[in-house]
Design a protein around this ligand. Structure first.
Ligand SMILES: O=C(CO)COP(=O)(O)O
Length: 159
């Protein structure tokens, strides 16, 4: 009986130009906009994506291209989770609101679970986002370990 978690890992290299998701709940949008304004020049070096409302506000206030996915309550968190699973996202900055239950709380939890699973760096508030944005790894390739998905499937399908 194999333990019910991936037993092997493989290397994944994050590119120098990161694909960064920016997301904030309504009660945290102002904080995220203020944070992003401080880091505008840094963010401009990377590819930005966000849930619908957050992306629209960031794009307008920063004057940068921010790809807009679906709004969070309509499935945007799940779209970002899918990108993480497909190794198409490198960093998640998600100012989730600890004081406001969301209609899509299961989606929020699912997104944070996938980020933890796939070893994606996550910032949940301005201080952690400062640490990520000031990291020397932000502008360089970064090698990390992720679960070996092929080995996981093979172990569950013994010949
Ligand atoms: O709800 C969100 C994340 O869970 C964010 O969605 P919006 O950016 O559309 O407000």
């Amino acid at each position: 009986m194999t333990e019910n978690r991936p037993q092997r890992s493989v290397k994944r290299t994050l590119p120098a130009r990161k694909r960064i998701a920016l997301v904030a709940h309504d009660g945290k949008k102002t904080e995220l906009l203020e944070w992003a304004a401080r880091w505008r020049d840094t963010l401009a070096e990377h590819e930005l994506v966000g849930t619908g409302t957050t992306a629209g506000r960031l794009s307008a206030s920063l004057g940068l291209k921010v790809e807009g996915l679906m709004s969070g309550p309509l499935g945007g968190d799940q779209q970002i989770g899918a990108r993480i699973t497909e190794q198409r996202l490198d960093l998640l900055i998600f100012f989730w609101d600890p004081f406001a239950p969301q209609p899509h709380d299961p989606d929020v939890k699912a997104l944070l679970r996938l980020a933890a699973l796939w070893n994606v760096p996550v910032a949940c508030n301005a201080a952690s986002a400062d640490f990520l944005a000031s990291s020397p790894w932000l502008g360089q390739p970064y090698e990390m370990a992720i679960p070996d998905a092929d080995a996981w499937v093979a172990a569950r399908n013994p010949q």
